[in-house]
Structures are given as C-alpha cells and as structure tokens.
Write a protein that binds this ligand. Structure first.
Ligand code: IPM
Ligand code: MG
Length: 362
C-alpha cells in the first residue's frame, strides 16, 4: 500500500518525537512492503510565530488530503491563556478535532510488561495488571458549548461555559465503546455524573439503550468521582471506559499516571471517515525541548494505533508494539522512566533501537 500521512510536528518536544515515529513508520513500511509519503502541516504555537495564527487557513483541508495525521504536541508558555484565542495552540487542537469530525478519542492505559515496577500503585494492585481503554467523547460537551463573560451589576464579572450533548453525539461514541469492548475483554463502564447533571442523565439513558443492543457486552454505570477513586484503587477492574469530553480529559491523565509514565501512552482520535489523528497524550514539555531527553515511545505507539485503526493493518501495529516491549525489556530507559542504575538513553537512541528491533524481528 501507499500511505499519505500528514505530520503536525508542533511545539516543544513535538518535532523530536515525531522524527522518531517517522523513522519507525518507515522501518515497518519497508518490512511489510508499503510506501509512505509525508506532508508537513503547520499548526500550533509554531504556526502563530510563523504566520500569526495557530490554525492557519487550509489546515484541515491539508489533513483531509491524507490517510492519517500524526501529531507531536502543541502548546507552551509563550502562547499562554492571556493571548488572543487565534494565537493559542489549544484553539488549533480543538478546531482540528471538530473540523475532522474526530468524536471518539481512544486512550489506552496499559502497564507494559517490562514496566511493571514503574506504577506508583501498590505492588499487589499493579500485579493484577492494568489494560484499560478510555474512550473520550472529543467534539462536544463543555469544550464546545457557548461561552460568555460579562459584567453584572452587583456581583462583578460573571462567566459561563455551557455543557450540551445530543442523543446523536452520545450514541455514536457509545457505539465505538461497545464495538471496542467486543474486541477486548467484553466490558463497558460508562462514566457520568447522573446524580447531578442533566447531560449525564441523557448520557446514561442512551448508554442503557445501547447496552441492550450489545447484550453480549457486560455493562456498568460509574459515577465520575467514584471512577477517579477506582482508577487508583483497582484499575484492573476496567476494560473499556466511555465518558464525556471533560471527564475523559481528567480521567485519562489519571489513568496514564498509574501505568508509570505519561511518556508511554498513545492516543487515536477517530470519526466516521478518514483521516484519523494520532498523538501522544503528553504535552509539549518545553522544559526539555531540543535536549534529546524526551520519550518518543508514546508517539511511536501512536503510529502503531494508526496502522491498527486507520490502515486496518494489525500485523504492522503488532510489530511496532513488540519492538517497543523488546527494547524496554532490554533495559533502555529515557530519563522520564529511568530509575537509578538503569541504562539511560536519549530520544534518538530510543528511536534507533526500536527501528532496529523492527528490522531484526522475524
Ligand atoms: C488533551 C489536552 C487538551 C484537552 C488541551 C491541550 C486542550 O489536555 O488532549 O487531553 O484538554 O483536550
Ligand atoms: Mg488532557
């Protein structure tokens, strides 16, 4: 096959980790007889610096002309919340999600075998294993509702952010969760705040309807506060978690941390049509940018998800994941996951070893 991949290298460590992922994609493509073409797309703080806005005209069109999008990271203190919206990298991130219709954000949190002792959880809890898939609704809710800020007569300034959800929005992401559960361990936990929020009560009623349709899948409702607690108490109980946009943002950071490092976890954002967007769940880490210290594994595993979900190439995805596990098993660690006595390697060396593991695998 010939694949066309849009690269949004972005800010901070983004360009470094994307470079390593590109090397890995090339290695796996060569091994399996594919060719890959890359198209650079400017977006984020770097775009603000270059052309004055973080989401230049035509960004979505350029991505739509490709089979998939690989994104490093966007953001940084230079383009903080005090800057006008069109200069902020986060504005671009929300816009591309919306414009490409990427309503389902898949964030797997997995304790990789070689990293079993990296979890901050108690040994006996971590030993039960962590392998959950967070499915976060990505184009609705409070992230995209009407916002306002206005002067009141007697209470100073007042601000509002509206959280709205339609049945249609809930159902399409819910279906993704049930379909994924069928390919995994067959359990969906739907996370809401139905004891308080009307949007959550609608969410829950749609999920219940779906759970009857997917009667082969085990189903439970979990309140979001309880879920936050269960993720640190016993994450092994979860298979697929599905939740609205902001709950998913918060819980996915928590779920990633119990696996040891946010530097290891990939994500996929998908809609009803191509292209999907693949990115590490970590940020742009400006403090270590350009120092060959960043962990490229989350981006490399995002490339594996790209093969799995956008290209329907499971063998290629497996090859990347196995190479990552092999290199970790040999003991190589980037600084973020290194413990005293470990062999510490840089971004480029970690990438090189993973490529080598792909090339030398049978
Ligand atoms: C994420 C990030 C973004 C989000 C920010 C940078 C807008 O935290 O992808 O989880 O909240 O969605
Ligand atoms: Mg987040």
């Amino acid at each position: 096959m010939n694949y066309k991949i849009a690269l949004i290298r972005g800010d901070g460590i983004g360009p470094e980790v994307v470079n390593e992922a590109v090397g890995v994609i090339d290695a796996v493509a060569a091994k399996f007889g594919h060719t890959v073409e890359y198209v650079d797309v400017l977006m984020g703080g770097c775009a603000t610096d270059a052309v004055g806005v973080s989401y230049p005209e035509g960004t979505a069109e350029k991505c739509r002309a490709c089979d998939a999008v690989l994104l490093g990271a966007v953001g940084g203190p230079k383009w903080g919340p005090d800057k006008p919206a069109q200069q902020r990298p986060e504005t671009a991130l929300l816009a591309i999600r919306k414009d490409l219709g990427l309503y389902a954000n898949l964030r797997p949190a997995m304790l990789r075998p070689a990293m079993a002792d990296a979890s901050p959880l108690r040994k006996e809890t971590a030993e039960r294993g962590i392998d959950l898939m967070m499915v976060r609704e990505l184009t609705g809710g409070i992230y995209f509702g009407k916002r306002d800020k206005y002067q009141t007569e007697d209470r100073g300034m007042e601000a509002t952010d509206l959280m709205a959800y339609s049945e249609k929005e809930i159902e399409r992401v819910g279906r993704r969760a049930f379909e994924l559960a069928r390919l995994r361990r067959g359990k969906v936990s739907s996370v809401d705040k139905a004891n308080v929020l009307e949007t959550s009560r609608l969410w829950r009623s749609v999920m219940h309807r779906l759970s009857e349709e997917y009667s082969d899948v085990e189903y439970e409702d979990v309140l979001v506060d309880n879920c936050a607690m269960q993720i640190v108490r016993d994450p092994g109980q979860f298979d697929v978690l599905v939740t609205e946009n902001m709950f998913g943002d918060i819980l996915s950071d928590e779920a990633s941390m119990v696996t040891g490092s946010i530097g290891l976890l990939p994500s996929a954002s998908i809609g009803d049509s191509a292209p999907g967007l693949y990115e590490p769940i970590h940020g742009s880490a400006p403090d270590i940018a350009g120092q060959d210290k960043a962990n490229p594994i989350a981006t490399i595993l995002s490339a594996a998800m790209m093969f799995r979900y956008s290209f329907q190439k499971a063998a290629e995805a497996d090859a990347i994941e196995r190479a990552v596990d092999a290199v970790l098993a040999q003991g190589a660690r980037t600084p973020d996951i290194a413990k005293p006595g470990d062999e510490v390697v840089g971004t480029r060396e970690m990438g090189r070893r993973i490529r080598e593991a792909i090339e030398s695998a049978k």
